[in-house]
Design a protein around this ligand. Structure first.
Ligand SMILES: Nc1ncnc2c1ncn2[C@@H]1O[C@H](COP(=O)(O)OP(=O)(O)OP(=O)(O)O)[C@@H](O)[C@H]1O
Length: 261
């Protein structure tokens, strides 16, 4: 897969990417293709570099080697202004939801539109209502983050990530700290984004039930060798990957009582 030519359906791709912080190598030999309108999972044990890979996909970390392309365009060969334009296609939901505590939920969602567009205030208000409606938080527009639950904060973070109508969304551990029902609800929203809006989604997650349910493809990073050791959907990795480490990771939750088929 890694050396196959990019197809017109490929939205994000990496070829032989090496990621490092100064002298500290995190991962090398990363090659991947993310299809438009799919959900791509970044998997692997703690500290293997999942968040670092995500960081490099949103342009916050430049690979020390290799090529990163967005819709066939070499991201790091582009001018800073062009990269900025590409970044506007990205929506990011951080672990905590990362909301401003001194602003209401509505103000939080409005912020990217106020900062990055010239939309008139009435349009911003309408867009805020639309985004909050999409995540089921229409009634929370005037509440502060401290007044709503963790699951609602995640959804508010998602509404803010959707503010600029991104076509590529990045989620770092979206269900961390959520109970299974709230987490399943977030999965429904993520599936709606793919199926209803045609969004392309990259997700870092440890939550196997969620990964099996939503992800179409993915990559498994190994901390020891500092390389990807498997490519495929979570279910493919669970059922067909010969690597014992991958197999153990992907069947872990099942043995603990998960009923995912
Ligand atoms: N800014 C940084 N400078 C130096 N090292 C870093 C930096 N950020 C992360 N690291 C290191 O990079 C390695 C990978 O971290 P990363 O957070 O990407 O892993 P992860 O797979 O997302 O982990 P987890 O599942 O525990 O969240 C770790 O050893 C981490 O300490």
């Amino acid at each position: 897969m890694p050396d196959a030519p990019m197809t017109p359906d490929t939205l994000l791709s990496m070829r032989d990417v090496t990621l490092a912080f100064g002298p500290k190598l995190i991962q090398r030999g990363i090659s991947l293709d993310i299809r438009r309108g799919s959900i791509f999972a970044v998997m692997g044990g703690s500290g293997c570099g999942k968040s670092t890979l995500l960081k490099s996909m949103i342009g916050l970390l430049r690979p020390v080697e290799g090529r990163f392309e967005v819709q066939g365009e070499d991201y790091w060969a582009a001018t800073p202004a062009r990269r900025e334009a590409i970044n506007h296609r990205f929506g990011v939901l951080f672990q905590s939801g990362a909301l401003w505590s001194s602003m209401t939920i509505g103000e939080n969602v409005a912020l990217p539109m106020q900062m990055l567009t010239d939309l008139p205030p009435a349009t911003v208000s309408r867009m805020v209502a639309l985004k909050l409606g999409f995540v089921g938080l229409s009634n929370a527009v005037d509440l502060f983050p401290s007044e709503i639950s963790g699951g609602m904060r995640k959804r508010a973070g998602l509404a803010r990530a959707l503010a600029l109508d991104p076509d590529i969304l990045f989620f770092d551990e979206p269900s961390a700290g959520l109970d299974p029902i709230t987490s399943a609800r977030l999965d429904d929203l993520i599936l709606n984004l793919r199926d209803g809006l045609g969004a392309t989604i990259v997700i870092v997650s440890h939550e196997l039930p969620s990964l099996f349910r939503i992800a179409d493809s993915g990559i498994f990073l190994d901390a020891r060798s500092k390389t990807p050791i498997a490519h495929g959907s979570p279910a493919e990795l669970r059922d067909h990957c010969a690597d014992p480490q991958v197999h153990a990771f992907m069947t872990r939750e099942r043995e603990e009582g998960d009923s995912t088929p």
